[in-house]
Design a protein. Structure first.
Length: 370
């Protein structure tokens, strides 16, 4: 019997989608004939609202991050929004019913809390038998994920598992597989070929600068600060879908003393990380999980309140990264990391120990067993 698996995420450029893509790829590796469907759930149930909410979210994150900090995993917010969430469910219930009736999945895997809650509510109210997986893509859980209809919670670490158990989730429902990343991160890459294709010298150290899929953070200021480091290395910038940032880097790189290779949104992050000596980035759950899988030492800048702050605490506790308070400190930490071989080696080894590159394959295996 062909297994039918539905993967739900929100936003086409996000860690949630990257995790869903990683699981889909892993399923196809293990069971090429499985029927797997990935979907932007928010866009399906409310395409206009999705654009409005995404715009509002990005505005809050950029201009008033303290608001997100107050809202994130706040029990009072969870309780006070229960009626509103019920109203939303009632508005989109028919679309959800059409989706489930048409596809008739054996397993629904949600990599974001909104589709997880909606599908869980639908499962309960309609006495459906399909299994629900909640895949958390950060290093701390929040209460919007929790539902009695969820069969398995896939979490980053044993510490996250313990927190869910304290919130009332049965222990047998929580699997600490790690955050699902592309299975390609599990395999070694030919760095000689990658460097040749990118035009990077074989004997050159590379510092990778990223701001996530959205190209967030003061990348321009950080890049200028990095360029002042009096050590010979090349810089790769990945600007995501931030076209304004990409154009700015293109203009400014001509005046810099270090060679800068500039990219927009890319699919082959594993290749860039395979040749990098240091990663300068924000603390997105997928990005740091990918870096740990490669044993790549990190300098973390401008972490957002809520999930990214929790991710940063995890990295510091496990000594996988250094924290920069501002773009000026990035320069100091980068110089220290490039000069201090012992420090680099400690971060490298800790990242390899802490990383879980086969998480997507473990999720896929569990889903195919259902």
């Amino acid at each position: 019997m062909v297994k039918k698996i539905l993967l739900l995420y929100i936003s086409n450029i996000s860690g949630h989608k990257s995790a869903a893509n990683a699981i889909e790829k892993a399923i196809n590796m293990l069971a090429p004939f499985a029927d797997v469907k990935g979907m932007n759930f928010f866009n399906y149930v409310a395409p206009i609202t999705e654009k409005v909410v995404n715009t509002m979210y990005m505005g809050v994150i950029k201009r008033a991050p303290i608001i997100w900090q107050v809202m994130y995993d706040n029990p009072r917010v969870v309780r006070s929004t229960s009626r509103a969430r019920r109203f939303v469910y009632n508005q989109i219930r028919k679309k959800v019913d059409r989706l489930i009736s048409h596809y008739n999945p054996d397993v629904v895997i949600a990599t974001q809390a909104f589709p997880c809650e909606i599908i869980s509510r639908y499962k309960i109210e309609n006495s459906k038998k399909f299994r629900v997986f909640a895949v958390l893509t950060d290093f701390a859980p929040h209460s919007f994920w929790i539902s009695e209809a969820v069969d398995y919670y896939i979490v980053a670490t044993d510490a996250v598992k313990d927190k869910l158990i304290k919130k009332g989730v049965p222990e047998e429902k929580v699997k600490a597989f790690g955050i699902p990343i592309d299975p390609d991160f599990y395999f070694s890459k030919d760095s000689v070929d990658i460097r040749r294709r990118l035009g990077i010298g074989q004997d050159r150290d590379v510092v990778l600068l990223m701001g996530g899929g959205q190209g967030l953070g003061p990348i321009g200021k950080v890049l200028k600060s990095m360029d002042k480091v009096d050590i010979d290395f090349d810089i790769i910038t990945i600007c995501g879908n931030n076209k304004r940032l990409f154009r700015s880097v293109e203009r400014n790189k001509k005046r810099m003393q270090h060679k800068v290779c500039n990219f927009g949104f890319v699919e082959n992050v594993d290749e860039f990380m395979s040749i990098a000596k240091v990663l300068v980035t924000k603390a997105g759950g997928l990005t740091v999980s990918e870096a740990m899988a490669k044993g790549l030492p990190m300098i973390i800048m401008n972490s957002l309140p809520g999930q990214e702050y929790n991710n940063l605490k995890f990295l510091l506790r496990n000594r996988c990264a250094l924290r920069a308070e501002d773009h000026k400190e990035v320069r100091r930490l980068l110089e220290r990391l490039l000069r201090d071989a012992a420090l680099w080696e400690r971060l490298h080894k800790n990242s390899l120990i802490t990383g879980r590159p086969n998480a997507a394959l473990e999720v896929a295996h569990l889903a195919l067993e259902m």
